[in-house]
Design a protein around this ligand. Structure first.
Ligand SMILES: Cc1cc2nc3c(=O)[nH]c(=O)nc-3n(C[C@H](O)[C@H](O)[C@H](O)COP(=O)(O)O)c2cc1C
Length: 178
């Protein structure tokens, strides 16, 4: 029995993720795209992947530049996530509308200020898969800072509520009462 798109979305939406903005230089301007289909792939060499819709402008930019940044958003960066998720967004107003400020790496890749982590990525390979392309990239440099992440779950933005207590099983066998 075929899975409907609604069922598929609902199942995948139950998988909580962080939120990233993929950044790429496009003719001297910062181009960004909100993405949560992001994952680590390999430790040695350090590889990550991001899945990008064929219709996204970012798709052509990644193929053209073969270099991009992955910025892991902090909990106070929801407006930036929303800004870079709009399809027709003119990115000239990112600073004014979403308080997004960027620096550039030595390679010219835009780095989002205030993000929890930044990964400088060089394209390794690209594999078409359905209506998306899996871009696999080698991570050449990382920057990490303290803070809590922005999360996405069932179509809503969330923040970390706290840690989950260790399960009793993990603490060893319970002592039987005498
Ligand atoms: C939380 C969130 C996660 C998203 N993740 C992805 C993703 O992993 N891949 C993708 O292609 N689009 C994803 N999108 C949708 C893109 O951000 C959106 O289509 C964007 O407008 C594409 O921009 P572009 O056309 O400038 O590249 C996501 C949107 C949101 C709100």
């Amino acid at each position: 029995m075929a899975v409907t798109q609604a069922e598929f979305r609902s199942a995948l939406g139950s998988f909580a993720t962080g939120v990233t903005v993929i950044t790429v230089d496009y003719e001297g301007e910062v181009h960004g795209m909100t993405a949560n289909a992001f994952s680590s792939v390999s430790l040695d060499p350090p590889l990550v992947l991001v899945c990008v819709d064929h219709r996204a402008r970012t798709h052509a930019h990644l193929h053209a530049k073969k270099r991009f940044g992955v910025n892991v958003l902090a909990e106070d960066q929801r407006a930036i996530s929303e800004y870079y998720a709009r399809p027709t967004q003119d990115h000239r107003y990112a600073e004014r509308e979403a308080a997004a400020h960027f620096d550039r790496t030595a390679h010219g890749t835009p780095v989002l200020n205030g993000a929890l982590a930044y990964l400088e990525c060089r394209l390794h390979s690209a594999q078409d898969a359905g209506d998306h392309t899996i871009f696999i990239a080698e991570v050449e440099e990382v920057v990490v800072r303290e803070g809590d992440p922005l999360l996405y779950h069932r179509g809503e933005y969330r923040t970390i509520g706290g840690s989950v207590a260790e399960s009793p099983e993990a603490q060893g066998p319970a002592k039987s009462p005498r």
